[in-house]
Design a protein around this ligand. Structure first.
Ligand code: FE2
Ligand code: FE2
Length: 365
């Protein structure tokens, strides 16, 4: 994969920790809820015919070339001493947030960088778009890592590159997953930014001032995948596409909801209720997705959040079983019914009738 020297860790590691050199932070234990690293079929990507939507893709690439945020990610004096103002509990949840965000930005960087490198000669337009997006993600990850430096910690991104396991996805699955993560990222950042704009007292750290321009990068990245799927219309047409879009929407929404409710203290520190915040982000991302996905989820159905809440409850029971002093086989036995219950809830959620996008957003389509 990408050699560690290409990672944004180099400039980051040189940053000034408050007390001399910052300590490297051990990455959090991998669970289904932590950000993943992806790889794909590079030959299939290289061979992709863009002609059905080349004009739009060229226009998006032109936007990327303008590099609107070239001078945006510059730290100012507001960061001086800001980390010291956080109480220990807020500090803990905030560092966790920084670490998760940095890892997922960095995961995007690695995938886009590798894609641009591997398809450079065979598919130059696509390669250029990926290179611009890798540039943005490296900036985002680097900026987050510098904020971790304010707390005397750094993520060792070079180590992460070499040691993480990579999940293989066929290109169309990469499109669904990254499209959704870019668009959900946009809605997450802008929702926090707008909330803090109205409630400046809850702005616990100056990094949130950067979210408005930052989320525009994510929005453009999402638009790129929207255009790319339209260039490969089979990815968003037919029965298979409808089933896969439902699956990815559900996987992304459920993962975020369960994770955010489990770390609701972070949102409380910002004066937000994790559930209300997530419901807003899910509704907006679902609505946006109807511009390109053939179907979206019926997130307004009363059963939707009822079932997600059951998964939240099961996960609490799973964590309690993990934390108990029982021996491993007993722990597994205790956890089995909750895993099964989660599987059943997810299946029921998946089978809930979706909404056809043309019915949901006729004006856009
Ligand atoms: Fe990003
Ligand atoms: Fe992005």
């Amino acid at each position: 994969m990408v050699p560690p020297t290409a990672a944004p860790s180099a400039p980051v590691a040189a940053s000034e920790g408050r007390a001399g050199a910052p300590a490297f932070k051990d990455p959090v234990k991998d669970t289904i809820l932590t950000p993943r690293f992806y790889t794909t079929d590079f030959d299939a990507m290289a061979a992709m015919d863009l002609r059905p939507n080349e004009v739009e893709l060229e226009a998006i690439c032109e936007e990327f070339r303008k590099d609107y945020n070239r001078h945006h990610f510059v730290r100012n004096s507001e960061f001086d001493g800001a980390a010291d103002k956080l109480d220990p509990d807020t500090r803990r949840v905030f560092v966790e947030f920084l670490e998760q965000s940095c890892t997922s930005e960095f995961s995007g960087f690695l995938l886009y960088k590798e894609l641009s490198r591997r398809i450079k000669t065979k598919n130059p337009l696509l390669a250029e778009c990926f290179a611009h997006m890798a540039r943005d993600e490296a900036r985002h990850a680097g900026f987050l890592n510098k904020a971790m430096g304010d707390f005397g910690l750094q993520l060792d991104l070079g180590f992460l590159t070499a040691s993480k396991s990579y999940t293989f996805f066929k290109p169309k699955f990469i499109f669904y997953a990254t499209y959704l993560s870019e668009k959900i990222g946009y809605w997450r950042y802008i929702a926090i930014y707008r909330h803090l704009e109205k409630n400046p007292d809850s702005k616990i750290f100056p990094i949130f001032n950067f979210f408005e321009n930052w989320c525009q990068d994510e929005n453009r990245h999402g638009d790129f995948f929207d255009a790319l799927m339209k260039a490969q219309p089979d990815t968003v047409r037919g029965l298979q596409a409808r089933l896969w879009c439902r699956f990815f929407l559900l996987a992304v929404f459920a993962t975020m909801y369960v994770r955010d409710v489990a770390r609701k203290e972070f949102y409380e520190a910002l004066g937000l209720d994790a559930r209300t915040y997530d419901k807003y982000v899910i509704a907006k991302t679902n609505e946006t997705s109807a511009r390109v996905f053939p179907v979206v989820l019926n997130v307004e159905h009363p059963r939707f959040y009822e079932r997600l809440e059951r998964i939240v409850g099961n996960n609490q029971a799973l964590s309690a079983a993990d934390a108990s002093s029982a021996i491993a086989p007993i722990k597994v036995l205790r956890k089995l019914p909750f895993w099964a219950a989660n599987g059943l809830e997810m299946a029921k959620l998946f089978l809930m009738a979706p909404i056809r996008s043309e019915a949901f957003q006729p004006a856009v389509r």
